[in-house]
Design a protein around this ligand. Structure first.
Ligand code: ADP
Ligand code: GLC
Length: 517
């Protein structure tokens, strides 16, 4: 099978969050299972910088110039290509500097670019033009999040010679979907199945209805059962309606998003497609996140040496952050986007109490929301011996916190999957999480039964309030201080889990196979 991933970010080239990790790792895992996997992603400024820094090869595809339709005009796109390190995966970068050579991926200093709809509509069409230009034999087109939500739409409405949307709605609305480019071999796209993965329902790509013009699609598609959403154009909804299958990144989130509490107003659309919706838990890139080989941490360790060497990582982290180097002082770690989603305000609410009564330490890395950053900065100023915050993006420090902390905090309000709790498990740093989404699916609570059964590997709180989180933190501290044998057992349980991408990749492969029959 040949699976082509279209994504607005892919690690290590471009990244704002977990989407990039997934789109860098899943294709690699599929290719290791013997499938052909290809990635297509924009050539951003940071991608060029990555290649300059790393010295890896980024080859221009000479002679390949894509004609990409944007509304009524056609714009050119160049293509460059590279290999994903350590794999057979081809990565094609779509080059159009007006759209992509910018400082941020989606926004600048917190303000979204005004032309995001145009940029990603262009990108989606460019992906399809690339398939045509290189005559790629693709079985599955795998889109991710709102940025590529138009891909299944274009595939169905403008590239296939026979669209399943052509027959019924076509006669109903009088639409006549046709090939955008009559020179294309008529059948190249016909066999392609589309999959859309929902990494986060909060971000939907909602735009003024006039943006429909940019898509070049007939206005009849702007209807409540297709691309329209409360008077706006909604790219994520469009993708959900038009793709052959929909996945999301954990089984629990797949259920949650069909309810009002988590569906972000698309629960009805998702209920309609429930039969085609699956949740597959993300994996971990076990080469990148391996305490036995991690080059960023003070001492390497595995399940046999964790008790001896993890404390060295803790001491190094404390020292680096200017916290007193004390082996038995409990250290809570956080690596996160500062966003309402992540529930970090609960940590800001509780830190003072845990510092004053328990002498706990906090090591926090993240960036985003201004008000939350200010609250954390104020705590750091008030408690310099206990509270350290670094408001930046640092891969190195993120590894050091994963290795050095005792407990990793993730009180998310919602969490489609979450990767950091899984990185924590690999590093023997017990995660303390809210009972939601992928957190629920990846952490086993330290109840007495679970500890006895040897399956506990973290702490879960259920109600999402500060009180409730405080109880879980107190329980974690109790176990840490008074039940060292149980703690060691939980660390080892966590570190022995198989969190690799292989298992998840097999589930995706099964789904693709079912789709293409
Ligand atoms: P989300 O995608 O919602 O942000 P995930 O847990 O899926 O959450 O993934 C977040 C990814 O981004 C992880 O790889 C995490 O280590 C990384 N990350 C987030 N903030 C930072 C930061 N400030 N510095 C380094 N890495 C970060
Ligand atoms: C999103 C979600 C996160 C998930 C990631 C990768 O950013 O917020 O929970 O792990 O996508 O799927």
């Amino acid at each position: 099978m040949h699976i082509l991933f279209a994504t607005s970010e892919a690690a290590p080239f471009s990244k704002t969050g977990g989407l990039a990790d997934v789109c860098g790792a899943l294709p690699k895992a599929l290719s290791q299972l013997g499938h052909k996997a290809t990635i297509v992603t924009p050539l951003y400024k940071c991608v060029r910088e990555y290649f300059e820094r790393s010295g890896e090869r980024l080859t221009p595809l000479r002679g390949v110039a894509l004609d990409v339709r944007v509304g009524a005009v056609v714009k050119g796109a160049g293509v460059r290509c590279a290999k994903l390190a350590g794999s057979d995966v081809d990565v094609y970068f779509i080059e159009h500097d007006d759209y992509f050579y910018r400082d941020g991926l989606y926004n600048y200093q917190g303000v979204d670019y005004g032309d995001n709809c145009e940029r990603y509509s262009f990108f989606c069409r460019a992906v399809l033009e690339l398939i045509a230009a290189l005559e790629l034999d693709v079985d599955v087109l795998h889109a991710n999040d709102w940025q590529t939500g138009l891909l299944p739409v274009f595939l169905e409405a403008a590239y296939k010679s026979r669209s399943r949307f052509a027959s019924e709605p076509a006669s109903y609305f009088g639409v006549r979907p046709r090939l955008a480019d009559p020179e294309l071999p008529p059948n190249r796209f016909d066999k392609i199945k589309s999959v859309l993965t929902l990494h986060n329902m909060r971000h939907q790509g909602r735009f003024w209805r006039g943006a429909m013009e940019l898509t070049g699609l007939d206005w009849s598609y702007f209807s409540y059962d297709k691309m329209e959403f409360y008077g706006q154009l909604n790219l994520l909804k469009s993708g959900i309606v038009f793709s052959d299958a929909i996945t999301t990144v954990s089984p629990s989130y797949a259920q949650e998003i069909q309810t009002e509490a988590f569906g972000e107003k698309l629960q009805g659309v998702l209920q309609n497609r429930a039969a085609d919706l699956t949740g597959i838990l993300n994996g971990v890139d076990v080469d990148d996140w391996n305490p036995a080989t991690d080059r960023f941490i003070a001492a390497n360790y595995d399940v046999d040496t964790v008790l001896e060497n993890k404390p060295k990582c803790k001491a190094a982290l404390q020292e680096q952050l200017g916290l007193p180097v004390e082996a038995r002082t409990p250290l809570f770690g956080v690596v996160s986007r500062f966003d309402e989603q992540k529930g970090l305000d609960l940590i800001a609410d509780l830190a003072g109490e845990f510092i004053e009564k328990e002498n706990a330490q906090f090591a926090i890395l993240g960036s985003g929301d201004r008000a939350l950053t200010d609250r954390f900065m104020a705590l750091a100023a008030r408690y310099p011996r206990n509270f350290a915050v670094r408001a930046t993006f640092s891969v190195e420090l993120s590894h050091q916190i994963e290795a050095g902390a005792d407990v990793f905090l993730m009180p998310s309000r919602y969490e489609p999957c979450g990767l950091n709790q899984m990185y924590s498990l690999r590093y023997g740093t017990l995660p303390l999480v809210r009972d939601v989404g992928g957190l629920r699916d990846s952490v086993v609570n330290a109840s007495d039964e679970n500890i006895d059964a040897g399956i506990a590997d973290g702490f879960i709180f259920y109600w999402g309030t500060a009180d409730d989180m405080a109880k879980a933190m107190h329980w974690a501290l109790h176990c840490y201080r008074r039940r060292p044998n149980d703690w060691a057992k939980m660390m080892k349980t966590a570190m022995s889990l198989d969190l690799s991408w292989e298992q998840s990749a097999r589930k995706y492969a099964e789904l693709y196979e079912k789709l293409i029959g």
